[in-house]
Design a protein around this ligand. Structure first.
Ligand SMILES: CCCCCCCCCCCC(=O)SCCNC(=O)CCNC(=O)[C@H](O)C(C)(C)COP(=O)(O)OP(=O)(O)OC[C@H]1O[C@@H](n2cnc3c(N)ncnc32)[C@H](O)[C@@H]1OP(=O)(O)O
Ligand SMILES: Nc1ncnc2c1ncn2[C@@H]1O[C@H](COP(=O)(O)OP(=O)(O)OP(=O)(O)O)[C@@H](O)[C@H]1O
Ligand SMILES: O=C(O)CCC(=O)C(=O)O
Ligand SMILES: [Fe+2]
Ligand SMILES: [Mg+2]
Length: 277
């Protein structure tokens, strides 16, 4: 079923991305022709020309593969997303196509669905209230810097990282999102990740390996972890161990945009709260 759904998305995305890709190809100078003196070799590979990002922000994304925008989504909107998530957990609404995931450490327990048993929901595109996130002008304004103006939401999730029960199963292993995406080109894909509360290393913030978006898609597999691993939480086995991890401390509403080849993950949640993004 997952493959079928992915196939449907692939057909949709090709129709839409075909044109920007073609445009990008014709924009490149043909090799062998002499360049006019004014010709500037293409300076930016991962961001598009528009007036939203400062030169400094563009250079940061080009170099690091991610960009944090402080205080981007309003607390009022975040409260609405939170309320809708709680309604979904209480089964007051059942959006078609929605996938509800529990943590592997509690999946076999008899608990009813509640905010305390759902690790994450995926594919909320049919939920009008949650899908508002993908239509927020402040989000789209930045997304466009990476994708161009013809934008399609390809995958959606609300992550509710549970308190770790001691088995470290609340961790998300280091991975590249492109591993899960059957569509290209990768430079025209971006992830928007918004903190719904203060997030730091205590409750398991996003961890990134800056600059890894310049490398290839690496092989992914289940990590060799003793406490158990969540279904489909694949990780990279041979990541550069001396590549310094950067922990992104974020406030409610802060949003990080990152490239689908950027290696990232998140640590365990040592608090009793459910860390939401
Ligand atoms: C555009 C493309 C984008 C694709 C996605 C792009 C993501 C972007 C990249 C971000 C990185 C990620 O987040 S990657 C994570 C992506 N995650 C997923 O795709 C989630 C996939 N989730 C699922 O398929 C479902 O939620 C299930 C199968 C886990 C639960 O489905 P269900 O139908 O409710 O079935 P259920 O009976 O509860 O469970 C079936 C069996 O699975 C086990 N099980 C249930 N949950 C888990 C779990 N968390 N970890 C291990 N095992 C589990 C149960 O114990 C049971 O085993 P037994 O009793 O049979 O022994
Ligand atoms: N030695 C390691 N081997 C494999 N993966 C690791 C290793 N250290 C960290 N990771 C991955 O990077 C993520 C973030 O690492 P981090 O050290 O921040 O998390 P943590 O070990 O769960 O928490 P903390 O170190 O804050 O107690 C982890 O969830 C894990 O996926
Ligand atoms: O929030 C997390 O724990 C990890 C999220 C992630 O990997 C993603 O959003 O792609
Ligand atoms: Fe990811
Ligand atoms: Mg650690």
């Amino acid at each position: 079923m997952d493959q079928l759904r992915a196939g449907v998305r692939l057909r949709i995305v090709l129709g839409h991305l075909g044109h920007p890709l073609a445009a990008a190809i014709v924009a490149h100078p043909t090799s062998g022709t002499s360049s006019p003196a004014s010709f500037q070799p293409q300076q930016f590979q991962y961001t598009l020309d528009n007036n939203v990002l400062s030169l400094e922000q563009r250079k940061f994304y080009e170099e690091n593969g991610y960009l944090v925008i402080k205080n981007l989504v309003s607390h009022a909107d975040i409260q609405r997303f939170r309320s809708e998530f709680e309604r979904i957990c209480r089964k007051e609404v059942r959006p078609p196509g929605l996938m509800v995931m529990k943590d592997v450490a509690i999946v076999k327990s008899e608990q009813n669905l509640s905010e305390k048993s759902v690790t994450k929901i995926q594919d909320f595109q049919e939920d009008e209230e949650l899908f508002r996130y993908c239509t927020l002008p402040e989000i789209l304004k930045y997304v466009e810097c990476f994708t161009g103006p013809n934008i399609m939401a390809m995958h959606t999730m609300l992550i509710n990282k549970p308190p770790d029960v001691g088995k470290k199963t609340s961790r998300h292993p280091l991975h590249q999102d492109l591993h899960y995406f059957p569509f290209r080109p990768s430079n025209l894909i971006v992830c928007a990740w918004t903190a719904m509360e203060h997030i730091d290393r205590n409750n398991g913030c996003l961890v990134v390996l800056p600059g890894t978006h310049k490398g290839p898609l690496k092989p992914h597999d289940y990590p060799q972890w003793e406490g158990g691993v969540n279904i489909m939480y694949h990780g990279i086995q041979d990541y550069e161990k001396n590549n310094a991890r950067v922990h992104l401390v974020m406030e409610k509403g802060d949003t990080v945009f990152f490239h689908p080849l950027l290696i990232h993950g998140s640590g365990r949640n040592r608090t009793q709260g459910f860390r939401k993004v």
